[in-house]
Design a protein around this ligand. Structure first.
Ligand code: MD3
Ligand code: FE
Length: 199
């Protein structure tokens, strides 16, 4: 099914079960080379989501601020974005350019992400593509500026969302996950992949 909510293009169950399993398998070596870390906001608060990246650039945050950089906090370059993930960008993202970052967010029990805009990228004309894997997540969609009414929808494993055009700067966040709702990840939780053109 295809849903449009406030300019977000939501493809429910874009990936079937076997494709989701292949996604998790291709992420295993990526996570081995670039382990998940707990980001710290510029104000010094630990985020509840754990993160890492693949691609020439990764998104990081610490006391020095939010940014894209070419190395994992441990000092190594990020692993390449696996072909299986690039294929989804070529189908639903943009044929004109490849993403240079695949941000990998892991939500364990109780993790959430507050309403925010993604604006650390150089050019907002490129879409951002999100792939949900594992537990269900309550996704909240706001407005181009802070405040106002919001809409919430559940994202399930295999759903792909494309944020482009005027929706690119819409506030969004994850209120909560239903921990244990999916059997995809052996330890439970949710992985969200976002493909971005950072530079
Ligand atoms: C709308 N991730 O990593 S994905 C993020 O499920 C982020 O982990 C959430 O927000 C997650 O920044 C939501 C959907 C998403 C991702 C990026 C966007 C929506 C977006 C960028 C611009 C507009
Ligand atoms: Fe975001």
């Amino acid at each position: 099914a295809r849903l449009r909510v406030r300019g977000f293009d939501i493809r429910k169950a874009w990936l079937d079960g076997p494709a989701q399993t292949r996604m998790i398998e291709c992420l295993r070596p990526v996570l081995k080379s670039a382990p998940l870390f707990r980001p710290v906001t510029p104000s010094g608060k630990d985020m509840s989501v754990r993160m890492t990246s693949a691609g020439s650039l990764g998104w990081v945050t610490d006391k020095a601020g939010y940014r894209y950089q070419s190395q994992h906090p441990k000092g190594t370059v990020w692993p390449a974005i696996p072909d299986q993930i690039m294929d989804i960008w070529r189908q639903l993202g943009s044929p004109d350019r490849d993403p240079d970052c695949c941000l990998i967010n892991y939500y364990g029990e109780g993790a959430r992400m507050g309403l925010h805009q993604d604006k650390d990228e150089a050019d907002f004309s490129w879409p951002v593509l999100s792939i949900s894997l594992g537990d269900d997540a309550l996704f909240r969609i706001g407005n181009p500026t802070r405040g106002g009414r919001t809409e919430s929808i559940w994202l399930n494993s295999g759903d792909v969302v494309v944020m482009g055009g005027p929706a690119r700067l819409t506030y969004h966040g994850i209120d909560r996950i239903r921990f244990g709702s999916s059997k995809l990840l052996p330890k439970g939780g949710r992985i969200n992949l976002t493909l971005r053109v950072a530079r």
